[in-house]
Design a protein around this ligand. Sequence first.
Ligand code: DGJ
Length: 730
Amino acid sequence: MSIIYDEKQQLFHLQTRNSSYLMEIEEGGVLAHLYFGEKIDSYHGIRKYPRLERSFSPNVPESKNREISLDTLLQESSSVGNGDFRIPSCQIRLANGNSTVDFRYSSHQIFVGKHEIKGMPQSFVKKSDQAETLKIILEDKNAQVNLELYYTLFKDSSVIARSEKLINKGAEPLFLTKLMSFQIDFPANEFEVMHFEGAWAREQTIMREKIGKGVKLLGSRRGTSSHQENPSFILTSSATTEKSGDVYGFCLVYSGNHETNLEKDQYEQLRVMMGINSFEFDWKLESNEQFQTPEVLMNYTNQGFTDHSLIFHSFMKNHIIRKFPEKERPILINNWEATYFDFTEEKLLHLAEEASHLGIELFVLDDGWFGKRNSDTTSLGDWKVNKQKFPNGLANFSKKISQRGLSFGLWIEPEMVSPESTLYEQHPEWALQVPGKKGVLGRGQYVLDFSQATVRKHIFEQFVAVLDTLDFSYIKWDMNRSLTDVFSTVLPPDKQGTVYHRYVLGLYEFLEMLIKRYPNVLFENCSGGGGRFDAGMLYYMPQTWISDNTDAGARLQIRYGASYFYPINVMGAHVSAIPNHQTGRMISLETRGNVAMSGILGYECDLTKLSPEEKETIKKQISFYKQHRKLIQTGTFYRLSNPFIKNEGAWSFVSPDKSECLLFYFRKTAIASGPINILKLSGLDKKAIYETDQGVAYSGEELMTLGFYMEYYLPGDYASKRVYLKRRGE
Ligand code: DGJ
């Protein structure tokens, strides 16, 4: 990695392990974007932006040159009112009502390590010399505003971490209404965008679309990163495959409202940007105050989607996930789909006993353990143990769990309050609400105003009072609705436009306190499944319940989509009952097991009701998983067949030394006289001979080129097969 400033050419060259990023200070001091793509050794000024006068393209005031216009120039940031008519990355309203700002290069610094982004999740470096940062200061002297652009490069990765900071240098306050974390203007191109849309229980659905003229807006306005649109996207070309082609990946390290803008302009150039959603965003900055955006992780590869994903997976493990990035995760039983709210201590202990016999390691007590919580209409906010369900208290129950050979985990939902609760009776003003207006309910609950320190303190203390008495090793943090009535009773009118972001900052502060207090506890992030599955949350919680949809068929796709940016060892997956509670589908226990064990295996069904044969199958699944857990959780993940577009889904896990490979194959619909399927594997040792668990031998080269015949005749819908391959002699 290196960051070079060529003074003669007024050029910045960021060189990562396999890419180059070029910027140039253009006439009039405008910071132009030149190139992001395949690595080049040096640049000799050949790509000066074409000088051409175009009608209706106004000129830069500092230059007499009528061929220089912000209307056409590729830039690193943009604003309004200055002759650039495309979507801006920064919008400000000054005290005098003016919103025209025009940033020019002022200075820059290149330093070892990286700057700190206060109060927000961000990429970290273990040793400062593993990273280098470029800070470019742009200024608008007239408006008295500075904009700082940050670019961090890492020694062990080609990912570039990008963020921005705006500083009010004037004497009067200003209002910041939009500030993206990055902007890139690509020259004319035929990019496609790939993004991960969805809904509750249908997260991470892959959309790959041509980018036409005009503006495309992706994002979330729900207060969370959302089930509907993951804060990540890819720019690619129609020819790109898993193994070759251009892939630009962008992933926001943030858990609230986010926005991606793509604008293909009149000259087929593409402006892309991503950051906090400007919807309802209005941040007052007093004189000398500053606003810092979250980070975007961006990467380029010309080696296709597999390389893109492997780069992001290892970046997340090495620079985002602070806790247990590679630690083996326990196999859990969660009582939610087994009992919902209808349980007694006795019933749970039976479940735990059965789990223990089967080899399960962790018992997770889900919703319903507190207040009068026998349904979802009550008690959120009253975090005191329900004495009817646990007459001897929760500490006593957790002891009984450990006596049965399991560790103990607990579900919590700190950000919420039920209208029927002591907390709401005493402090209705602690919920997000618009004065005088009836609040909008979601799942029968209100959202607490986590932007308020008093609220956070009170909730934190309630949890500490419970948790400090327990012997526990795991927490599932849930969040079950989108934000509405986003108004804080403690903020003045001119700060109401800050509540969405302050809420997220409050959440991060709370999480930081909680993980510091319980440093050895494994935290699993959940928001009705994958409603807040993002790199920001991974900074605090290394595991995620990626969907409430436990149907193995649906999960096949959700996992496949999620794997483009996020590593497999953050994704929890459970075997549940049939008919499945979300889809009603009947899928064999074998396939349910194969899907769930392609991640962090868990069970979420009433184990006490299973037949002896089913228990035997589960025992075998668990023992297989324990034997290969390290390979699955820390191996390299390869997508082999896309279940969104094919009847088959397949993937494999390969150990870092390439000596082992575990292949999973899923055939969705049974077809009589169907085609014979060939799966070409990835990441193997070309020269080695691999033997399957059935004793058949192949060379690594053959497996990756000629491929592996999958039997087509697997009985029934959603049939599956798992093949373990080992390098001969290991
Ligand atoms: C939604 C979660 O995603 C489920 O797993 C479960 O914990 C319920 N909430 C409990 O209310």
